[in-house]
Ligand binder design. Structure first.
Ligand SMILES: Cc1cc2nc3c(=O)[nH]c(=O)nc-3n(C[C@H](O)[C@H](O)[C@H](O)COP(=O)(O)O)c2cc1C
Length: 182
């Protein structure tokens, strides 16, 4: 069984992009029957980056736990909101923390916004950073505009047939990358 880790990036009080992480997690469990783990950056509450894990003398349990999740994942989905045309500092904080864990890791991106463009401007800076880290970024993007209308707080989609269709395409592409890598 594939192991997929979903990084929920927003640490903002009242965040909404976490709804998308909940939906993708449920989709993977119920429709695709993969193993799923949500790496919730709000729960981890990491301090601001001060050195890469590989150079830390006494890494915290939380850092080791997060690194282990990424290392052992067959694929990673990053759910990120768009903040001022890019991805949030909380996400950069954990990308920089790791190094070889990202190498050749299939990574799919879900972008989220409250406006109409679905966080589309995140894609270029985030894909570039992941490419620099040696990750295998999946071209298919899951874009969620108007997130507050599209999903309820538990991650239930308002227009289920539409979201199921978009999710199927997105997940299939990630699974293809995982398969090809093997
Ligand atoms: C600091 C900040 C900057 C934002 N910048 C953008 C932006 O550039 N483009 C956009 O479409 N939405 C922007 N938004 C609105 C977010 O898309 C919206 O708040 C979304 O719910 C954020 O995800 P979150 O609720 O999980 O934090 C911004 C929100 C915040 C808090």
């Amino acid at each position: 069984m594939e192991k997929i880790v979903i990084i929920s990036s927003s640490v903002r009080r009242g965040r909404k992009s976490h709804r998308v992480a909940l939906w993708l997690s449920r989709y993977l469990i119920e429709y695709v029957h993969t193993g799923v783990d949500i790496a919730d950056l709000m729960e981890y509450n990491f301090p601001l980056f001060d050195e890469r894990l590989v150079f830390q003398e006494n890494p915290s349990e939380a850092v080791l736990d997060f690194a282990g999740k990424i290392r052992n994942a067959d694929g990673v989905i990053i759910v990120t909101p768009e903040y001022n045309g890019s991805y949030p500092a909380s996400l950069k904080n954990v990308i920089d923390l790791l190094n070889e864990e990202w190498h050749r890791k299939p990574v799919a991106i879900a972008t989220v916004s409250e406006g109409s463009f679905g966080g589309s401007r995140v894609i270029i800076p985030l894909q570039f950073t992941l490419w620099k880290m040696g990750a295998l970024t999946v071209p298919s993007i899951f874009q969620v505009p108007k997130v507050g209308e599209a999903f309820d707080i538990d991650g239930n989609p308002n227009d289920k047939p539409l979201i199921e269709k978009k999710t199927a395409t997105f997940i299939q592409e990630l699974l293809r990358y995982i398969e090809k890598k093997k």
